[in-house]
Write a protein of this length. Structure first.
Length: 133
């Protein structure tokens, strides 16, 4: 697998909780991530890009940002996406067995998840992976 470098626009904003870094790109319509720090925003962006690439089965060629107009609070950042490091297939086979666990979730969240067709198992898996990374 290859490491891809994608230009992304990091926008520094402030809200009631402090600083927020949002990340987007004209090359990736609908992809918007954020983090309270640049490091957190970068990690979220790598995961979002890798998820999109994995779902598509191929990585699109990185775009040319030379024509992008940036605001004063924006910065162009080249984001590396190493699919070998990200891809779940790199987890040893003996660690990929599935188990069933019981989790208590408030009823309103269960209803909202169902309304949006959100897979709670996937959410729990991703949360645990992030916790242990």
């Amino acid at each position: 697998m290859q490491v891809w470098i994608y230009p992304m626009i990091f926008t520094t904003q402030s809200d009631e909780d402090g600083q927020l870094e949002t990340v987007s790109s004209p090359d990736w319509p609908g992809l918007v991530t954020a983090g309270r720090t640049r490091t957190a925003a970068l990690a979220q962006t790598i995961d979002a890009l890798a998820t999109r690439i994995d779902a598509a089965g191929e990585a699109p060629a990185p775009g040319d940002p030379s024509h992008w107009a940036l605001a004063a609070n924006q910065q162009l950042v080249n984001v590396p996406v190493d699919m070998q490091a990200w891809h779940p297939a790199t987890v040893p086979p003996d660690q990929t067995a599935q188990t069933t666990v019981q989790v208590t979730v408030p009823a309103y969240l269960t209803a909202q998840a169902a309304a949006f067709h959100i897979d709670l198992s996937m959410i729990m898996t991703h949360a645990l992976q992030r916790f242990f990374d």
